[in-house]
Design a protein around this ligand. Structure first.
Ligand code: GUN
Ligand code: ZN
Length: 429
């Protein structure tokens, strides 16, 4: 089996850093990551690993920082071509930019082109796993998983289901959503590194009948993930109240149809009622924080500290194209800024944990991806902590790792990504 030894600084976590980052964090300023085949065989001191494994091919990254590759727990690959579209809030943004763009993915070759572009951008930004919505077209699901397989990447995806409040050409039915989702799930879930997520877009675009059909599918395929949107923007919540007058709250529109569970991912989750937080916590569901999207579309300020204190599992995500960046560095920066507006300062260790381990756990992939440790897949990002003059002059004054890393979190982009490794192979830059 081919062995690689990567030398540089290492940053790893062996516990939940959101609650106690000091106890969970492992940093070695002269570390090493030993890769055997597609997995990490060991993380340790560089010189020790080098002496013990003279047969390994060595790549010395100097004082660059090696971390688990970033995990983007919620995004929309079909929207890559409309990222950074001006001037709209959620409902208008969907109707003006998103739906016309998603219509274009009816053509499988175009879907593949957008999937390829998205994954190449992700890798250039150090993101090795993404959980994406596809479009209502089954071909868009194949395009996503084929493009990921061609790169050896572990991704999550699912056919987006909508049978109302979407334009002609972008609606399925309760039955076809069930049939097409089931076929795609059975085709892809567990094939190579693929994971399927049953994907009702959000309650406003699904009839109760469709939500029920997808809830039934989830009960027949309980190992699949389920992803949707929850309480992102106030006009959206008012709309849900009108559409589901019998529901206790937004979450209840999922719960009543079998779409609440531990393997559920609820994107945004900004304006939650106490009952919703209680139920999400009780069932062990995950909420996904999409900070650049929440400021860009004007949605609100996610209560990370409050939800983390309740023990909720929390992922971090770009939400492109509602989010305004492909970079999990920029996403961490936005999470930091939103937490500041709510009176909490997130530590760089907590931000890095969220972008790797936290997101991986929300996808039920903890220990396999987003983890720099023996047994995990060798999906790794190598960060240059002095990638621009502005960052370099600040990092040069750093007293410790955290002061050296934080400028890259706040000001870094794809120039900070010295290398990305996927399944034990370098993605050449
Ligand atoms: N809610 C329903 N669909 C979407 C989407 O595509 N993006 C965002 N940000 N929110 C949504
Ligand atoms: Zn979304």
């Amino acid at each position: 089996m081919k062995k690689h030894l990567l030398l540089g600084q290492t940053l790893a976590f062996d516990g939940p850093a959101l609650t106690d980052w000091q106890a969970a964090t492992r940093h070695d300023s002269a570390g090493g990551v030993l890769i055997a085949g597609d997995r990490i065989a060991a993380v340790g001191h560089g010189a020790t690993l080098r002496a013990a494994h003279p047969d390994a091919t060595v790549t010395d990254y100097g004082d660059a920082l090696m971390s688990a590759g970033f995990v983007d727990a919620h995004m929309h690959y079909p929207q890559t071509p409309i990222v950074a579209s001006w001037g709209k809030q959620l409902i208008d943004w969907l109707n003006t930019y998103t739906f016309p763009q998603e219509m274009r993915l009816a053509v499988p070759a175009y879907a593949r082109d957008v999937a390829d572009t998205t994954l190449d951008l992700a890798l250039a930004h150090g993101t090795t796993t993404l959980c994406s919505y596809c479009t209502i077209h089954p071909g868009s699901v194949d395009a996503w998983f084929d493009a990921a397989a061609a790169r050896g990447m572990a991704v999550v995806g699912g056919k987006t289901c909508m049978d109302r409040n979407a334009p002609d050409g972008l609606r399925d039915t309760a039955q076809s959503a069930y049939d097409d989702s089931k076929a795609a799930l059975d085709r892809w879930h567990g094939t190579g590194r693929a994971t399927y997520a049953i994907t009702p877009r959000f309650s406003p675009t699904s009839t109760p009948k469709q939500l029920g059909a997808l809830g039934a599918l989830w009960s027949e395929r309980p190992n699949a993930l389920m992803q949707t949107h929850l309480s992102e923007q106030l006009p959206e919540i008012a709309w849900v109240r009108d559409l589901f007058p019998q529901a206790r709250d937004y979450l209840d529109t999922y719960e009543a149809f079998g779409l609440l569970g531990a393997r559920g991912l609820y994107g945004h989750a900004i304006h939650l009622e106490p009952r919703e937080i209680d139920r999400l916590t009780e069932v062990g569901a995950a909420v996904v924080h999409c900070p650049t999207s929440n400021t860009f579309i004007g949605s609100g300020l996610f209560d990370l500290a409050g939800l983390a204190a309740r023990g909720l599992r929390i992922g971090l995500a770009t939400d492109t194209g509602g989010g305004s960046s492909f970079s999990m560095l920029r996403t961490m920066a936005a999470a930091y800024e939103i937490a500041q507006l709510r009176g909490t300062a997130l530590h760089p260790a907590q931000l890095m944990w969220l972008a790797t381990e936290g997101s991986a756990r929300s996808l039920h992939m903890g220990g396999t991806v987003g983890h720099l440790g023996a047994g995990a897949m060798a999906d790794i990002v190598v960060l240059d902590l002095a990638s621009t003059p502005a960052i370099a002059q600040r990092a040069a004054r750093a007293a410790d790792l955290w002061e050296a890393l934080f400028p890259t979190i706040m000001m870094g982009d794809d120039r900070a990504v010295r290398a990305t490794w996927v399944a034990g192979r370098p993605v050449t830059r």
